[in-house]
Design a protein around this ligand. Structure first.
Ligand code: ADP
Length: 480
């Protein structure tokens, strides 16, 4: 087995704030069949320490970024963990990044530089009997590790940096250079310098052997000024090293054949349960019980990124055709109240519930005919992957991972029986209106719609495909 050390600031099911945790938690099991043994180095937050059985201390230091620290190996939730226990950095209440009052911890750069430094130490042989051949680093919290290797003159292990969210870049003032254990040379444009500050993600982009992001289209987009969030130049400079691999979903949790949130289970062969889920959804959202009305679902954070303001602009395209809309979401107050007002005006056709509710999300996936994801940008997106699995046709903007995971029902794709959804472009209200119009027309053609649903439900959305893409990347890197 080839040893890979995955390094992440969160990991499902132990600690999660977003999709990064899902990826970090899913990769070890998915890569095992490919001959890769993956251990995960994570910070010793209280929530992680309490899950450890009898951990074995394999390394310790008295003054590690300002206090005593140790590394412990342990197995928890099916994962092989190396936990960096440093109470002065991680022994705090709140989320991994924020205090209970919601503000970022001011010493976050130091807290995660320590995590990256621990990865560097493990990579260069600090633990007896364990030497990974690749460090797989996730996001800015771990992105200094390739810089530490570079300045130490170490060519091994090889490094991969996966960017899950380019918006978080880990910026610190230049005065912290030494505290972050970086040499003065790191203050240069080809290294960690970012507009007069230290950019931790920037350092990873400069020095990692390979850079991946969570879809091929997003990998292209982030090299443009429009989507590069100030790092497009650095990413263009490393263009040869950049690629995209889409995420998978957990097909045990998202499985209409076993989903307890549905009134009756269903599968691609027997779809009776989907009709019953639609009825239940209409009832829960106060919509008229009409099996013939196309029912659009939304499950989303309500933020500018998700483009749902565009949907508000074209509600008439839903209402005039007798269609229905069920919205579950939370976020911007303006969007929340605009959707609530629309539901008040048209209660039989629009139902809105504000909040985060996993169970209800499953019911919408099961009961909707189509799921809307009109994002302005979307690194990968999971909602459309779940929608495919539940045979709820995704209607998506053609950006990022949405472009890569949904096959538009154009004439050629319909003829080839390959279409799984509807894409619209550009991301405007006008184009969304066209997309909705196309969906309603297709819905009325029962034969074509049934075929679309079949194709969608048969699409591969689990981790098998992504894991083999990562396995190929690891193998390439080891042979480079
Ligand atoms: P992002 O991470 O940008 O919010 P993704 O599509 O990658 O978007 O993942 C979001 C996940 O959270 C999806 O599985 C989506 O269904 C789920 N989700 C979003 N909003 C809600 C909500 N209000 N209630 C339940 N699940 C939600």
């Amino acid at each position: 087995m080839t040893e890979i050390l995955s390094v992440a600031s969160e990991i499902f099911p132990l600690v999660k704030t977003g999709g990064l945790a899902d990826v970090a938690g899913a990769l070890p099991a998915a890569l095992k069949p490919h001959g890769f043994a993956m251990r995960c180095l994570v910070p010793g937050y209280r929530s992680i320490l309490q899950h450890l059985g009898r951990p074995q201390i394999v390394w310790q230091e008295k003054d590690f970024f300002g206090g005593p620290a140790s590394m412990r190996i342990s197995r928890a939730a099916g994962l092989d963990l190396i936990v960096l226990d440093a109470p002065h950095l991680y022994g705090r209440p709140g989320t991994p990044y924020q205090s209970p009052d919601g503000g970022d911890w001011p010493d976050n750069p130091l807290r995660f530089a320590a995590l990256a430094y621990a990865a560097y130490l493990v990579g260069t042989g600090a633990l007896a009997n364990y030497r990974p051949q690749i460090l797989h680093l996730h996001d800015w919290q771990t992105a200094l590790a390739p810089a530490y290797l570079h300045y130490a003159g170490a060519h091994h292990p090889k490094t991969i940096l996966t960017i899950h969210n380019l918006a978080f870049q880990g910026l610190a003032p230049l005065s912290m250079l030494a505290a972050l254990r970086l040499p003065p040379a790191a203050n240069s444009i080809g290294a960690a310098e970012f507009h007069g500050q230290i950019g931790m993600l920037k350092a990873g982009i400069s020095f990692a052997n390979r850079i991946t992001t969570v879809s091929p289209t997003y990998a292209d987009e982030i090299r443009t000024p429009e989507h590069g969030m100030g790092l497009d130049g650095a990413l263009r400079y490393r263009a040869e090293a950049v690629s995209g691999i889409v995420n998978g979903i957990d097909t045990n949790i998202w499985n209409p054949e076993t989903d307890a949130a549905l009134p009756v289970a269903y599968g691609v062969q027997n779809r009776q349960g989907k009709t019953q889920a639609k009825r239940a959804l209409q009832s829960q959202f106060g919509l008229e019980a009409r099996p013939d009305a196309p029912l659009f679902g939304v499950i989303s954070r309500l933020s500018h990124q998700k483009g749902l303001d565009l949907l508000l602009d074209v509600l008439d395209a839903v209402l005039d055709h007798g269609a229905q809309l069920a919205v579950l979401g939370a976020g911007d107050a303006d969007l929340q109240s605009a959707f609530l007002r629309a539901a008040e005006r048209h209660p039989s056709q629009i139902g809105v519930q504000i909040g985060y509710d996993e169970k209800r999300a499953h019911l919408i996936q099961g009961g909707a005919d189509a799921i809307l994801v009109p994002s302005r940008f979307e690194p990968c997106g999971l909602t459309q992957l779940c929608a495919l699995r539940y045979g709820s046709i995704p209607i998506v903007s053609r950006v990022g991972g949405l472009a890569d995971t949904v096959i538009d029902a154009n004439v050629a794709a319909l003829q080839a029986r390959a279409a799984t959804g509807i894409q619209f472009t550009p991301v405007t209200a006008y184009a969304l209106r066209n997309g909705l119009g196309r969906a309603i027309a297709l819905f009325k053609n029962t034969r074509l719609w049934t075929e679309l649903v079949t194709n969608a439900m048969r699409a591969e959305v689990g981790w098998a495909g992504p894991a083999s893409a990562y396995a190929t990347l690891y193998a390439d890197l080891l042979n480079a």
